[in-house]
Write a protein that binds this ligand. Structure first.
Ligand code: PPS
Length: 570
């Protein structure tokens, strides 16, 4: 067929020649410029290198509305995903259609020029409903649309100056034309692409191998390393895992290339989009599985899409996409046969073994066995390096309570006890230490207290990320700020909020620093509990009351809590 003959000819790119690029770059320095977000940088890369062919730039209003409503550009070409440049209101006010602007990456390097053709305000609720299936922020892309993306879209043609620079896994990244050239060189004609955002285990290796064999084709493992679903295994770890799995395929049949795509988790529409992108990368076949690019459950606890919606939508547009769908054979391990079978071919009466994603994460977290039938030892080793058991991960203990409630004393006791156990780095971010080293210019207004707490949160999140234990002991009087700190930290490790609930009367009675007296006399303004608010936590992991309890007992309670959460070895 025509497709078979032409599918490895180059796709159009949006780059200018190297000479013009130099000149253009100098001229572009004078233009108004937009600093691209990480997602926009991913989109721009695929626009420029032909991964999003036939798009010539970010969508203008007519194309955008047509894509949202009909999955097609205004001229009828199939294109399921709005590729748009969202900007702030302030920036939008500075530019007009007809104007050229420079697009810069995070370091300020000019990657491209956008000739603004259109400036418009999208109907985001409509976009959410039509593209993602529901205007529900439980969907990561809908959340992004409403809470991260700017309110105004700019559309227009792109003139590419240079590719975004990647310093990681350079040899594993290929543009569509580089991949096409590679396939031509090796004489590959039929290529099955496998899209993934997860580590590959034995079941995936079996299914991809089978898919390639059945299609009598070569195999391209084409993992996404741009942006995937929040909470996924980071791409550094995944690529090391993929490299280990690559050795398990027959030599010279399989290739791996990294795709700097920003996924939207749009299920059916995403599958069609993925197909078009793989077609652009020279592939002839594409594996679509159960719940392809699924975002998980909506705010009602129900899956956003049916398990085979993606396969159906893909099938309906297969000819137009120009790439053949290989439906995912769900592979399961059959104990009696000691090998993998497609789920629908399991011999009657035999036992199926399976480990779900949730179960795998639990085993990693608790340092439990992961059997050889499930994954390759090399892959498990990489995953264990990245997700050590909880008792080796970083965490933050965050004390909050009134001045003189005993926070610092308990925090100190905890620190010393943890150091006595040894083996883990511990940092105490006590109120006084912080106010001396991090926040010496701040006072006690709401604004200053918030800045102070956020700084503590940031430092604690870095410590937690790097496997240490951070112990914080500020007053932290505001619920919203404490919540913000919790969010900062929980993406890296556990956050244990401990309310030291000593009453105001008791703190004032003790008045260890003589501050309450001064506050009563009006000599200290905005004093917490006297002339400034303290919002007591309602959902702290632990509440300790120092009245009638000695410090040692309180510290013991905290340690027991940490033990029960698996954070320190019993
Ligand atoms: S906050 O609200 O979390 O930013 O406060 P923090 O950084 O923990 O600082 C509290 C310590 O500062 C002393 N101090 C005051 N506290 C409360 N209100 C006012 N106006 C104030 N002025 C000075 C006080 O000694 C607090 O120490 P602790 O250890 O809590 O007693």
């Amino acid at each position: 067929t025509l497709m078979m003959q032409n599918h490895l000819a180059p796709v159009p790119e949006l780059y200018v020649s190297a000479d013009s690029a130099q000149k253009l770059k100098r001229e572009a320095a004078d233009l108004v410029s937009w600093d691209l977000t990480p997602r926009q940088t991913c989109d721009l890369e695929l626009l420029m290198n032909g991964g999003f062919n036939p798009l010539k730039g970010f969508l203008g209003q007519e194309d955008y509305e047509s894509v949202v409503e009909t999955m097609r550009l205004a001229d009828g070409t199939l294109w399921p995903m709005p590729i748009t440049l969202d900007v702030s209101e302030d920036f939008a006010a500075k530019v007009e259609p007809g104007q050229d602007i420079a697009l810069r990456d995070a370091e300020g390097v000019i990657l491209a020029i956008l000739s603004i053709g259109d400036k418009y305000i999208p109907n985001k609720a409509r976009e959410a409903l039509m593209v993602f299936g529901a205007d529900d922020v439980a969907h990561p892309a809908v959340n992004y649309l409403h809470h991260v993306a700017g309110p105004v879209y700019l559309g227009g043609a792109i003139t590419g100056i240079q590719q975004p620079v990647h310093y990681d896994f350079r040899a594993r990244r290929d543009t569509p034309n580089e991949l096409r050239a590679y396939f031509r060189k090796l004489g590959w004609r039929k290529i099955v692409a496998f899209q993934t955002r997860n580590p590959l285990h034995r079941a995936h290796q079996e299914l991809t191998f089978r898919a390639a064999k059945e299609a009598q084709a070569n195999l391209l493992i084409h993992p996404v390393v741009g942006m995937t679903k929040p909470g996924d295994v980071d791409h550094f770890t995944r690529v090391r895992c993929y490299e280990a799995v690559l050795d398990k395929y027959p030599a010279a049949t399989t290739h791996m290339s990294l795709l700097n795509l920003a996924m939207r988790m749009a299920g059916p529409r995403e599958a069609v989009w993925h197909g078009l992108i793989r077609k652009n990368h020279g592939c002839t076949h594409f594996i679509v599985g159960r719940d392809h690019a699924g975002p998980g459950k909506n705010s009602q606890g129900v899956d956003f899409y049916g398990p085979y919606d993606a396969q159906e939508l893909f099938k309906a547009h297969e000819a137009e996409i120009g790439i053949e769908m290989v439906d995912f054979k769900h592979m399961v391990y059959v104990q009696e046969k000691a090998q993998y079978y497609p789920a629908n071919e399991v011999p009657e009466g035999d036992t199926i073994l399976d480990i779900s994603g949730t179960e795998l994460r639990r085993r990693l977290r608790e340092g439990l066995e992961i059997p050889e039938w499930f994954s390759f030892p090399e892959v498990v080793k990489e995953l264990r390096r990245t997700s050590p058991p909880r008792s080796q991960q970083g965490f933050t203990v965050f004390f909050t309570g009134l001045s003189g409630s005993g926070k610092s004393t308990i925090a100190n006791a905890i620190m010393v006890k943890l150091m006595e156990q040894g083996g883990r780095p511990v940092t105490l971010l006590d109120g006084d230490v912080v106010r001396k080293h991090l926040s010496s210019e701040l006072g006690f207004s709401k604004e200053h207290r918030d800045i102070n707490i956020r700084r503590i949160g940031y430092v604690a999140s870095e410590i937690t990320k790097n496997g240490g234990i951070a112990i914080c002991a500020p007053i932290a009087p505001y619920t919203a700020t404490r919540r913000a700190v919790r969010e900062m930290i929980e993406s890296f490790g556990a956050f244990i909020e401990v309310h030291v609930a000593t009453s105001l009367e008791e703190c004032e009675r003790r008045d260890r620093k003589g501050l309450y007296k001064l506050a009563r006399e009006g000599k200290i303004k905005e004093f917490t509990g006297i002339s400034d608010p303290y919002e007591a936590p309602t959902a702290a992991e632990l509440v300790v009351d120092t009245e009638g309890m000695d410090v040692d007992y309180c510290a013991q309670q905290v340690l027991l809590k940490l033990e029960s959460m698996g954070l320190i070895a019993a």
